[in-house]
Design a protein around this ligand. Structure first.
Ligand SMILES: [Fe+2]
Length: 159
């Protein structure tokens, strides 16, 4: 067993640094998903089709990923956070106005993906400290996905 099993599940949830970091990642991932989705809906201009489709790919991938991360929390014996209100309270992700121009949307998504990477790195490091290679592996995989997303979004802005 990689982690010392506490007496109650409530204790696991509150005191386990890996679980705490994962709960933050779930909330932030959901927030980035929501931000990507609003950009998918409201993007306008000459790049509509490419951005509309790229954003759809990103939020669809995130939806699957959030499920996997939340279920990792359950596998560790703790409870996963949920509900838009609760997740918004935990998440530290800025929100974009509905009427933002396309370039602002892309720049915003670069920022929120970078914030998420920063929290994923914290979760990766907490997992490593706890000897939880499975969670560490999951966090590394998520960092790779978001670094690729950031590269693509920044490439769009550099054009
Ligand atoms: Fe759609």
């Amino acid at each position: 067993m990689l982690l010392v099993m506490p007496k109650t599940k409530k204790t696991v949830q509150k005191s386990n640094p890996v679980v705490q970091a994962l709960r933050q990642v779930v909330a932030d991932s959901y927030a980035v998903l929501g931000q990507t989705h609003i950009c998918h809906w409201n993007v306008r201009g000459h790049s509509f089709f490419s951005l509309h489709n790229a954003f759809e790919e990103q939020y669809t991938e995130l939806f699957t990923a959030v499920d996997e991360i939340a279920e990792r929390i359950r596998a560790l014996g703790a409870l996963a956070p949920g509900g838009l209100g609760n997740l918004a309270k935990i998440a530290g992700i800025k929100e974009i106005p509905e009427d933002s121009p396309a370039d602002k949307m892309v720049a915003h998504l670069v920022d929120v993906n970078k914030k998420l990477v920063s929290n994923l790195e914290q979760a990766r490091d907490k997992s490593a400290e706890a000897g939880d290679a499975q969670t560490e592996d999951l966090m590394i995989a998520r960092i790779q996905v978001h670094e690729k997303t950031i590269w693509m979004l920044e490439s769009f802005l550099a054009a």
